[in-house]
Design a protein around this ligand. Structure first.
Ligand code: PMP
Length: 294
């Protein structure tokens, strides 16, 4: 079976899927994206992801490529054509194709839509969570609107590569005042000595992660107190637990930062519990069928 992708109205073989050389996403990172988990044949928190997509598009004045129900149908079709029961669906919308110019195209162009999907190895992810991940710190050198989920990810790419080069899995970004912002591709949380969950407020300094938002519901249901406030790297070193969240990682315990173990250097009970119960609280949307496009 071939992997399949959706590119601007057509389902094509993944290996042959291509966009125009003057796609503004390719040339200028003038685009936005979403990654949504597919679990046991259903999307996880899809509405929240699509609400955030609408917001990202709105902030950049990129028109939606299609209505929501049509988009959900395309996402479902890509997942189905790749025979994925558990994995991830990726969607990217760019401003479209136009002669290269920094300013928006004078004549309106159609936004470009690409959708891909890949399977997840859940056993591998669970094994990673059992062990916990090591992290390194990196200065947060990103622009001032990281609340918009754009494809302009070069600082995140460099931070993640620095983590990998150090034998770690994730980079924790730290602002100039010594406060943790977020991970290269995750939100960061700590559990304080008195058992409170702390995560940075979702202003313009971080991406408002969907997993982060849903985890607030999960914490409330579990009777755990959540504080949205900035915390320093020093506080993270001294925390009872540190963990990161994202659609790809769900809740992932952090066992070391810059080679220094967190608490006893093993995954904490709060993170492990939250990971375990997360999907009982997250919304599920079944894959709809569509025969609209070929
Ligand atoms: N922050 C950044 C910088 C990210 O790239 C991601 C993952 N897209 C997240 C946080 C987590 O967001 P979500 O829970 O929506 O996957």
């Amino acid at each position: 079976m071939f992997r399949m992708a959706y590119v601007n109205g057509r389902y094509v073989r993944h290996g042959e899927a291509a966009v125009h050389v003057e796609d503004r996403g390719y040339q200028l990172a003038d685009g936005v994206y979403e990654v949504t988990e597919v679990r046991d044949g259903a999307f996880v928190d899809l509405d929240r992801h699509l609400d955030r997509l609408d917001r990202s598009l709105g902030e950049l004045a990129i028109p939606a490529p299609m209505g929501r129900s049509a988009l959900v149908a395309v996402l479902g079709e890509v997942v189905r054509r790749n025979r994925i029961r558990s994995g991830y669906v990726y969607l990217q919308v760019t401003r479209g194709v136009a002669p290269r110019d920094h300013a928006f195209p004078k004549k309106p162009v159609r936004p470009a839509l690409v959708v891909t999907a890949r399977p997840a190895d859940r056993a591998k992810a669970d094994a990673l969570a059992e062990a916990g991940i090591r992290t390194v710190t990196q200065p947060d050198i990103r622009w001032g609107r990281v609340d918009i989920k754009t494809t302009g990810l070069l600082p995140n790419v460099l931070a993640k590569q620095a983590a990998r080069a150090a034998g770690a899995t994730e980079a924790i970004l730290v602002d100039r005042e010594g406060f943790v912002t977020e991970g290269a591709s995750t939100n960061v949380w700590i559990v304080t000595g008195d058992g409170r969950l702390v995560t940075r407020p979702a202003d313009h300094g971080i991406l408002r992660g969907i997993t982060r938002t849903t985890l607030m519901d999960v914490a409330a249901a579990e009777g755990l107190a959540v504080e949205e406030r900035r915390f320093t790297l020093e506080e993270a070193f001294a925390a009872r637990e540190v963990f990161v969240t994202s659609a790809g990682n769900v809740v992932m315990p952090v066992v070391a930062i810059d080679g220094r173990p967190i608490a006893n250097g093993a995954p904490g009970s709060v993170a492990s519990r939250l990971r375990h119960v997360f999907h009982a609280h997250a919304a599920r949307t079944s894959l709809q069928s569509s025969n609209k496009c070929t």
